[in-house]
Design a protein around this ligand. Structure first.
Ligand SMILES: Nc1nc2c(c(=O)[nH]1)N[C@H]1C(S)=C(S)[C@@H](COP(=O)(O)OP(=O)(O)OC[C@H]3O[C@@H](n4cnc5c(=O)[nH]c(N)nc54)[C@H](O)[C@@H]3O)O[C@H]1N2
Ligand SMILES: Nc1nc2c(c(=O)[nH]1)N[C@H]1C(S)=C(S)[C@@H](COP(=O)(O)OP(=O)(O)OC[C@H]3O[C@@H](n4cnc5c(=O)[nH]c(N)nc54)[C@H](O)[C@@H]3O)O[C@H]1N2
Ligand SMILES: [Mo]
Length: 751
């Protein structure tokens, strides 16, 4: 450290799978560099060491391209033309449009979309909801873009998402299968990779099931089993079939804990043919779910399927751990349910070293609630369906997934989008979404607060400059398995005229006559202290606020090592599962009696997905395209950082066997297209992706050229707005495309 240098502790607040220690080295009010926690400093604890991206936060957030003052749209919506205005004009405009829309369409016409750019303890997004709630309410949402399928079906089957053991239990597994899981890049907190490395060192065999040989598989030298995207549940069905055929199932566990595995454990009146066993053996449809059957669908050789099944069933305890990659798909519910079925069949639930599959949450220290007031309106939509609610909201009913009301009374007329890029970049089918948003007769008023001129920001009517993590205090909590509380200190004053959303929302509240009710006399820092005090009531071991602010990190003392669902599995009569039947609902009576818009079975089993590899459309668009969360970005954050682009340039992954017949060589520029859009991007020809599948990491910025072809490599140019049947979750990874080599200077046409 040089003389006069100060070190200020911070921690990332984006929706990154890892929350890590970021120390800001300052001198004379300027940020010199960032550093992080080393393994030595962490001692016995898992180090919260930042990756290359974490050490670039200042380069990303404090660059030349920051938005510095409020603006008003001048061109057509979405064109990206704005003029600078004063904060007073911005607040006046927001307040008057707010009142006009409320009085014309009612409070249910107002919406704050899913947006995760600020995922700290406090966020502007939650304060926006607070103000709307005080002013009569708003249209709410449920579920997320992250775990829309795996979360709800874990609850459906186990009655709780809290079914994960602490990650250190994997060291005592005898086999680990990482299924659509890539924690080297996605983290799921520092604990996950750390625990996997420890297991590896102890000699636990690790298998990765993924259409790509992902970075985790490469780093752990895991055995790679490629599977066609969106067909995982067929693979799981065949594994279940083999386990049953070989008599390797834990019958005692199934009999004791589960509803519907066989005919004798179905609810009264339900015929035997509806059981899981009957389905697997083909007693209803005449098709036994053999490895040969699954091989046709999944592309996995029958011998591989059979041996994977036997290995998993015999290596007790074994941990089949699911990431979220296989459920961001059409019928994403079924791959998640299939994993839970296998964990139950092999008695790996409720045991140390086993794993229950599903969401696998294991939260010892839950987040405190946000200082909100309850929304007086009960109507909610699935988070991914806001485009439908803008376009034809008044037609949406409970069958479409509306909750808290039979139908919506009105479409979305006002959007407050804060720290999110889901209006365009992170949502499905960008071209269609943009068309919906461009129509000012549908959504009449859009406010965006962000740091940059993102694809979403271009659709704002009023565009506001927010402050970054370096300009505002917040408290940061772990993503999934960590057990700590971090403090992110402001280090510099807000850039230009940028302001925290809470400040302008307070002024809007004043114009609405709700100033005192909204602020309760608090500043942002006051709310932060207040929330921390609430948290301390529940977690008495936490240090005083000032101490946390000064040190930046508190690690909870290690508690007893809990095994999730242990008591329930041991004695479900005395400790029923929190489901209606008190059992693990392999067969769901609730699903069986509910009407869905698309077929949704009462048991885990493969359903052929629309736009999957067997779809008719595959004749025209023969390649399946998937996305993944790359280390180099947090969603769309950091895409504008050239250092990180150098580290991992945006490329389309393609197998040599798909590239050769198309005359495509590594590094060539290609056009990826389907009926929804086109992306022009260089290709990376690699054996690390299976044949028939191409992949483009999600989060790259949408950069259309004059022909409307995206040149940024933004996968959502090609994805769809379709939702899954049960969760109404995003199906962004189930899409078909074709790829062609492009020629220089072509006008966007396909060769
Ligand atoms: N660096 C970084 N980390 C992040 C994030 C980030 O943006 N950047 N985002 C965070 C957030 S909010 C979330 S929700 C999580 C997301 O976490 P995940 O959803 O688990 O991450 P993904 O990379 O989308 O998917 C994991 C793996 O699934 C594979 N996959 C895709 N489709 C299929 C399929 O059909 N079958 C199988 N078997 N595998 C498939 C992908 O190739 C990928 O390797 O990550 C978190 N961590
Ligand atoms: N095709 C496809 N699409 C996906 C996914 C996928 O796997 N495939 N993953 C989905 C998932 S899991 C998620 S969680 C969503 C995430 O979608 P979003 O929540 O939209 O994620 P980000 O792209 O991180 O957007 C965050 C925005 O906040 C801004 N921001 C960052 N820090 C601050 C701040 O301090 N203040 C303010 N005001 N703004 C800030 C950033 O500039 C950025 O524009 O994307 C989803 N989209
Ligand atoms: Mo997410």
């Amino acid at each position: 450290m040089t003389e006069g240098e100060r070190v200020i502790p911070t921690m990332g607040i984006n929706n990154c799978g890892g929350k890590c220690v970021i120390r800001v080295h300052m001198k004379d009010g300027k940020i010199l560099r960032l550093s992080t926690e080393t393994a030595e400093e962490a001692g016995d604890a898992v180090p919260l060491t930042a990756c290359a991206r974490g050490l670039q936060y200042h380069k990303t957030f404090l660059g030349e391209d920051r938005l510095l003052y409020p603006m008003r749209r001048t061109g057509k919506r979405g064109e990206g033309k704005f003029r600078r205005i004063s904060w007073e004009e911005a607040v006046d405009t927001i307040a008057s449009e707010w009142i006009r829309i409320r009085d014309t369409y009612g409070p249910a016409s107002r919406y704050v979309p899913y947006a995760t750019g600020v995922s700290g303890l406090l966020s502007g997004r939650e304060f926006a909801k607070r103000l709307l709630a005080l002013d009569g309410g708003f249209l709410g949402y449920y579920n997320s873009y992250s775990s829309a399928c795996i979360g709800p079906v874990t609850e459906l089957m186990y009655g709780t998402r809290q079914c994960g053991n602490p990650p250190e239990s994997w060291q005592d597994s005898r086999l680990i299968i990482l299924w659509a899981h890539n924690p080297l890049e996605t983290k799921f907190d520092a604990e996950t990779m750390h625990a996997l490395r420890c297991a590896k060192e102890k000699g636990v065999p690790i298998i990765s099931v993924d259409p790509r040989r992902n970075e985790t598989a490469a780093a752990l030298d895991a055995e790679w089993i490629p599977v066609r995207p969106a067909t995982d549940s067929a693979l799981l069905d065949a594994m279940a079939y083999v386990i049953l055929k070989e008599g390797l199932e834990d019958r005692a566990f199934l009999d004791r804990c589960c509803l519907g595995f066989d005919g004798t454990h179905l609810p009264e009146g339900v015929p035997e043919t509806e059981s899981v066993e009957a389905y697997l053996m083909g007693r209803k449809d005449g098709v036994p779910k053999t490895p040969e059957w699954a091989s046709q669908i999944t592309g996995v050789p029958p011998e591989t399927i059979a041996s994977l099944a036997v290995r998993y069933a015999t290596a007790r305890p074994a941990a089949l751990i699911q990431g979220y990659g296989a459920q961001r798909h059409a019928y994403g519910e079924q791959s998640a349910r299939g994993g839970i079925l296998l964990a139950c069949m092999t008695g790996n639930v409720g045991v140390w070293g086993g794993w229950a599959c599903g969401a696998g949450d294991c939260t010892q220290h839950p987040w405190p609630s946000f200082p909100s007031v309850p929304n007086p309106l009960s109507c909610r939509i699935p988070s991914f369906m806001w485009t439908d609610a803008v376009d034809h909201g008044e037609t949406l009913t409970a069958l479409d997934g509306v909750r808290g009301a039979e139908k919506l009374s009105v479409g979305i007329k006002m959007i407050l989008n804060i720290a999110g890029n889901c209006l365009i970049n992170q949502h499905g089918d960008i071209n269609r979404t943009a068309e919906i948003l461009r129509d000012e007769s549908k959504c009449e008023f859009i406010v965006v607060s962000d740091l940059f001129m993102t694809a979403t920001a271009k659709f704002a009517d009023i565009l506001l400059p927010g402050v970054s993590m370096f300009e505002c205090d917040n408290i940061s909590l772990p993503w999934k398995y960590g057990e700590f509380v971090g403090f992110s200190n402001a280090c510099i004053p807000p850039l230009g005229e940028s302001r925290q959303e809470y400040d302008w929302l307070s002024e809007v509240a004043g114009r609405l006559g709700l100033g005192d009710a909204f602020t309760e006399g608090h500043t942002w820092d006051g709310w932060l202290q207040d929330r921390y005090a609430q948290l301390c009531l529940r977690e008495p071991e936490l240090p005083p606020y000032d101490e946390l602010k000064r040190t930046g990190l508190y690690r909870y003392k290690k508690g007893p090592r809990a095994v999730a669902l242990e008591a329930e599995c041991r004695d479900p009569a005395a400790h029923p599962f929190p489901t209606p039947s008190g059992k693990i609902e392999l067969y769901s009576p609730r699903v069986a009696k509910t009407e869905y818009k698309w077929p949704f079975p009462a048991i885990p089993r493969y359903v052929e997905p629309p736009e999957g590899p067997q779809d008719e459309l595959a004749r025209r668009y023969p390649l399946q395209l998937i996305g993944w969360h790359t280390l180099r970005r947090c969603h769309s954050v950091h895409d504008n950082n050239p250092n990180l682009e150098k580290l991992d340039p945006q490329r389309l992954w393609m197998n040599p066997a798909d590239a050769a017949p198309r005359g495509i060589a590594d590094g060539d520029e290609v056009l990826v297209f389907n009926g929804r859009g086109r992306v022009r991007i260089p290709v990376r020809v690699t054996e690390r992706i299976m044949r028939g599948v191409v992949a483009l990491s999600q989060g790259a910025w949408y950069r259309p050229d004059k022909y409307g072809t995206d040149t940024g490599g933004c996968i959502n140019t090609l994805t769809s707005l379709a939702v899954t049947p049960y969760s109404r979750g995003n199906t962004q990874h189930t899409i078909l495309v074709e790829v062609r080599r492009t020629v220089a200077e072509n006008n966007g046409d396909v060769l």
